[in-house]
Design a protein around this ligand. Structure first.
Ligand SMILES: NC(=O)c1ccc[n+]([C@@H]2O[C@H](COP(=O)([O-])OP(=O)(O)OC[C@H]3O[C@@H](n4cnc5c(N)ncnc54)[C@H](OP(=O)(O)O)[C@@H]3O)[C@@H](O)[C@H]2O)c1
Length: 316
């Protein structure tokens, strides 16, 4: 039997968790074995992880007994919840609680909780620079994760709080890529003014998390903020122009206009970008690129990410 320590990875068929599993498997001589958690062990993504060498285990965040099986015997756990599947901050907090309870029952020795800032610490609900959403949030998908941090602290769990950044992969998968205006010209649309947006290749999140597991107890109790580069909209448009071979403009809109775009989550994202814009110094300040590279020497800049992924950005 292998003497490797098992890392149980939530969201293993997704962007963040998938990166963690691949980082573990790519270090064949490393100290860890990957256990991939998924609701559907027969999906193509789950089968690909199994074929690459991961142990694939059925687990549903809404089913505590499945989580007990998933974390049994694990040394470490990478935990991420998916707000965008249900758009409910309460559900995200419930799932984080179920995960925290399960890793506690299992006696896991190092937990990484993939989280984000509770923006209400900077923008209290009575601050009317942005609307309060769903009754008690400013940026629901941030605030729910940030609120859930306390679940890990209150249980005394050996946790590293991993605060991630905007995935550049959103230009491929999340409908944020360049679109053609009425003038026929391509543009990316963001309400960031001339402020910098910390971004990261989604795959690098998993690699950074792997670096945290390798450091072991040193980072338990710490908040680690990661980014691959901090760029203005203008700088991202210039890099996209270079990668796509066609002029891409930066279309600056107000957060208010963004909130009113009407797609599901537009208000949440409008508030999120406004938070990042208005608190640029703090938000960029904590997301140290060199610190991220120290955890993950393969960390990509935006241009490097574009070399590998630019052709996957849908352009019509
Ligand atoms: N897009 C960004 O720029 C960005 C930046 C920072 C943070 N985030 C956060 O990242 C989170 C999503 O992570 P991701 O992008 O890695 O996800 P993703 O690629 O969309 O994949 C979602 C993952 O969550 C798993 N999952 C969802 N509900 C589950 C449940 N009830 N039980 C077990 N597994 C469940 C899915 O597993 P199966 O379907 O296989 O069961 C899948 O592996 C969101 O909460 C978002 O706020 C996003």
């Amino acid at each position: 039997m292998s003497d490797k320590k098992i890392i149980a990875v939530a969201g293993a068929t997704g962007a963040q968790g998938g990166g963690v599993v691949r980082a573990i498997l790519n270090d064949a001589d490393g100290p860890f074995a990957a256990r991939a958690l998924t609701r559907n062990v027969d999906s193509d993504k789950a089968r690909a992880l199994a074929a690459a060498g991961a142990e694939v285990v059925a687990a549903d965040f809404d089913d505590p007994s499945s989580l007990d099986r998933a974390f049994a015997g694990a040394y470490g756990a990478f935990l991420v919840t998916n707000f965008w599947e249900h758009f409910s901050p309460e559900k995200e907090i419930e799932q984080a609680k179920a995960l925290a309870d399960a890793v506690q029952r299992a006696g896991v020795q190092h937990v990484i909780w993939s989280t984000l800032e509770d923006t209400r610490n900077w923008v209290p609900l009575d601050d009317d620079r942005m609307p309060t959403l769903m009754g008690k949030y400013k940026v629901p998908h941030f605030d729910a994760k940030g609120e859930a941090d306390a679940l890990f602290t209150a249980r005394g769990l050996p946790t590293t709080f991993l605060r991630t950044s905007f995935y550049w992969d959103n230009f491929i998968h999340f409908g944020m890529g360049p679109t053609r205006g009425e003038d026929g010209k391509l543009a990316i649309t963001l309400p960031m003014g001339d402020k910098k947006l910390p971004g990261i290749a989604a795959e690098d999140i998993g690699k950074c998390a792997y670096g945290i597991f390798k450091k072991g107890p040193e980072l338990i109790g710490e908040a680690v903020h990661i980014a691959g580069e901090h760029l203005t909209g203008k700088q991202m448009a210039a890099a996209l122009t270079e990668a796509i071979g066609e002029d891409v403009k930066y279309n600056v809109v107000s957060p208010e206009a963004y909130r009113n775009f009407g797609f599901p989550g537009a208000e949440d994202l409008g508030n999120m970008f406004q938070f990042k814009r208005d608190f640029e110094e703090m938000y960029c300040g904590v997301r140290n690129v060199e610190g991220s590279r120290a955890l993950n020497p393969e960390l990509k800049s935006f241009s490097e990410w574009l070399v590998a992924n630019g052709s996957r950005i849908p352009i019509e």
